[in-house]
Design a protein around this ligand. Structure first.
Ligand SMILES: C[S@@+](CC[C@H](N)C(=O)[O-])C[C@H]1O[C@@H](n2cnc3c(N)ncnc32)[C@H](O)[C@@H]1O
Length: 278
């Protein structure tokens, strides 16, 4: 998918991503904590948050680095950044600034950052090597880059099975491992070798289990329809009839998770950190 298409897709998903941010933030909490720890964020640090989305992890990072630090939140979609600014202001955080740019072409002063983070963005980039080069340029030697990506389709059954349903109705298939997509970097070894082949050293990798708990399958469906950018995009060029049939099948699938009283689904992400070499 081209960068401009990706931007349009996420501009469209931004209001939904922002609306569901508390739920998404709670779901991803163990991964967010691991990412912030592994990035080694200390008080006063300057941090680049790549593909920041609505800013849930941006604000967490800003709290950690404190008033003497700074978080530069970067995203391709302006509507996401607007939400980040509003949330930072509401939280009384004056140490957050925003930059609208594609990760592959962002211009940040060389070696001006102490660390970088990226939660659920790297696997979506059209040119991850270019994005990693931009990170290496922006972060000082010895600084860390910590990243979260989904692991395998098998470890994320409600995510992978529902995406497969949508793609089948749209006459498409899941991109193979290594191509941009939500599971692009989840296969064993891929993330580590991507980081190492792009000049990062001391790669540390952790698999972090997640559980999504929702009051009902209906609420889960609504969250997916409103905020999951790639899922929305899968059906973007389909008729209303196809969309309705696809989402109806996803709705039935969701009954397989948890109980009628509570939707509960397992999931897993990989959290990696790596050091920018000198
Ligand atoms: C799944 S969301 C994750 C948002 C946020 N990091 C979080 O975890 O809540 C993916 C984000 O990546 C952004 N994005 C996609 N492609 C991008 C690119 N090439 N450069 C910068 N941001 C990009 C989207 O706009 C979207 O906000």
């Amino acid at each position: 998918m081209q960068t401009e298409q990706m931007r349009e897709q996420w501009e469209a998903a931004a209001p939904g991503w922002a609306r569901w941010e508390p739920v998404i933030g709670a779901w991803l909490e163990p991964a967010t904590l691991a990412m912030l720890d592994m990035a080694g964020l200390a008080a006063g640090a300057k941090v680049l948050d790549l593909a920041c989305g609505a800013g849930n992890q941006t604000l967490r990072a800003a709290q950690r680095v404190g008033a003497d630090g700074l978080v530069l939140a970067c995203d391709i979609a302006e509507s996401m950044l607007q939400h980040v600014r509003e949330s930072a202001q509401a939280a009384g955080l004056a140490n957050v600034s925003t930059l609208r740019a594609a990760a592959e072409s962002m211009e940040i002063a060389a070696r001006s950052m102490d660390a970088a983070i990226c939660r659920l963005g790297l696997m979506l980039f059209a040119a991850p090597a270019q994005a990693l080069e931009a990170v290496r340029n922006a972060v000082r030697p010895g600084g860390k880059f910590a990243v979260v990506v989904f692991s395998t389709p098998a470890a994320n059954p409600f995510m992978s099975q529902s995406l497969q349903i949508l793609l089948r109705h749209a006459g498409k298939t899941l991109p193979p491992p290594g191509k941009p997509g939500i599971f692009a970097l989840g296969a064993p070894g891929l993330l580590k070798s991507l980081l190492e082949s792009n000049g990062f050293v001391d790669v540390e990798l952790r698999a972090v289990d997640l559980t999504l708990r929702m009051p009902s399958a209906e609420r889960t469906l609504l969250m997916m329809q409103e905020s999951f950018g790639l899922y929305r995009a899968a059906l973007a060029d389909c008729s209303e009839e196809i969309r309705a049939a696809a989402w109806a099948e996803v709705r039935s699938l969701l009954d397989n998770f948890g109980s009628p009283e509570e939707f509960v689904a397992p999931g897993q992400v990989l959290v990696a950190s790596a050091t920018v070499s000198g």
